[in-house]
Design a protein around this ligand. Sequence first.
Ligand code: NAP
Length: 248
Amino acid sequence: MSKLTGKVALVTGASKGIGAAIARSLGAEGASVIVNYASSKAGADAVVADITAAGGKAVAVKGDVSQAADAAALVEAAIARFGRLDVLVNNSGVYEFAPLEAITEEHFHRQFNVNVLGLLLVTQAAAARMNDGGSIVNIGSVVSRIVPPASAVYTATKSAVNGITGVLSRELGPRRIRVNAVNPGIVETEGTHTAGFIGSDFEASAITQTPLGRTGQPQDIAGIVTFLASDDSYWLTGEELYAGGGMR
Ligand SMILES: NC(=O)c1ccc[n+]([C@@H]2O[C@H](COP(=O)([O-])OP(=O)(O)OC[C@H]3O[C@@H](n4cnc5c(N)ncnc54)[C@H](OP(=O)(O)O)[C@@H]3O)[C@@H](O)[C@H]2O)c1
């Protein structure tokens, strides 16, 4: 039997990048997966097709995590389609670097709305419907530890993710719902290509600070998240794992 047979998982921002790899990995371990997307329906449909072609179950559901009604609808979709919810992966995120003098209210709210408010809204809705003994995995970033210049707002959002992880591990511990954070180093995704990180001096510098000597791939993160989603990690909660090939 696979690690997640009979479990139902919701992965936010699963239409591409790290979230898509996580959804495929959870599906391959037997979970039925809600593949959330905000704008990339084709990407989410492709992830669903991959999971079902491999014998799993998945459905794509549109929703903006920063809107409370959408967050609740994602959780209700899991209950309606698969009857329960056991695993939540808060992966949706946006990143935009700017030096102090270029920070605007819009820059602040865009990132905090998705990366922090969105995480809280989906987790609030999920915790109300989740089975006791469930697992919540929050995707932070190694930036919360390496604090790169020109990343004050993004780094603040990801430091908040780690703080929220610790707090909610205490609030949800009595129900045996575990809450852990995975903080990736730089990973090659659609998002990091669009942001211009891949192939840049930023990537080259990150690789020199990475003992394992390369940029991460989405599946490097997916395996770690799948471990945290499964009962193999049953004694871990409130942890901040750094998943960056040793970058810290
Ligand atoms: N890649 C890295 O180097 C790296 C490193 C550390 C941490 N991270 C974190 O890992 C996560 C994924 O990063 P990535 O590089 O895979 O990003 P990506 O390729 O840009 O994909 C982002 C995903 O988030 C979704 N999303 C954006 N806004 C949303 C919203 N309001 N509601 C719901 N979904 C939304 C996107 O959906 P649509 O495409 O459908 O709009 C997409 O599926 C983020 O939290 C990021 O901060 C990434």
